[in-house]
Design a protein around this ligand. Sequence first.
Ligand SMILES: N[C@@H](CCC[C@H](N)C(=O)O)C(=O)O
Length: 256
Amino acid sequence: MDLTFYKYQGTGNDFVMIDNRAKKFPKENVSMISYLADRHFGVGADGIILIENDDQFDFKMIYFNADGSQTFCGNGARCAVAFAKQLEIIKDKTTFWAVDGEHFAEIKNNLISLQMINVDDIKVNENSVFMYTGTQHHVELVDELNEYPVFENGKKIRYSYNDPGSNVNFVQQINNNTFRVRTYEKGVENETLACGTGVTAVAIAMHKMNRTNSNHVSLPVEGGNLEVSFTENNGIYTNVFLKGPAKFVFKGSISL
Ligand SMILES: N[C@@H](CCC[C@H](N)C(=O)O)C(=O)O
C-alpha cells in the first residue's frame, strides 16, 4: 500500500500529517506509526497526526508520539489546523475535536492561535510545578539554559512521575514576560525544538509563581517563538491561547 502524507512543522516540532477521512490508515498498528516517525528508516517526525471526519465538529485530530503512544499536542494541533485549511475542510476559523476535548482555533497573518483547555489543578512543589495542559508537564527554572543537560535530566525527571510519566520543561527567565524554554518530550524520548503544551504550562507556572504579572507571555524556544495568553481568576486559567507559526514543508508518498 502507498500512503500519501504531508510534512508540517510548528517552530521545529515536526509532524507527518495523514488525511484519514476515508479511514484507510491502520491506526492500531503502533509499529507502522513508529516506522513513519523514524528519522533513519521512515519519513521522520516527532509525531504522526491523523485528520478524520467528526459528526459535531469540523474535524477530529488524532495524535501519536513517535513511539506510537497517544495524547494531545499543541504544536501538532496548530499544524492540524493549517492542514485542514490546505485540505479545504475549513477556512480561517474552526472548532475541532481532540483527545482532550473541543478546541477553537483561528488563522491570522500566517499565525495559528489555538485555544487550549482550562487549567485549574496546578501542583507547586519546592523546585518545580506540575500541571496538565492536554498532556502532563513538569516545569523547572534553571540558571544557564544553554549549557543545561536537558536530555540527561529530562529523562530522569520524566520517569519520576507515575505512568504515563511527564514531559519536562527547563526554563530561563529573560524579562518580566519572556521565558526561554527547552523541553524533553516523553514519547519522543528526546529534546524537541518546541513543545506547545509545554510552553503553555510554562506561561501558567510562571504566572502562578509570581515570576510574571503579565497575562501575555513570550516563549522563545529552540525552533522559533511562541506566545501564550490567558485570563486568571482565583487560580483558574481560562481563555488560554497558544499562538505561533505552522508551516507545510512537503508532500510525499511512502510504501507500507
Ligand atoms: N510537542 C507537543 C507535545 C506532544 C506530546 C508529548 N510528547 C506527550 O507525550 O505528552 C506539543 O506541542 O504540545
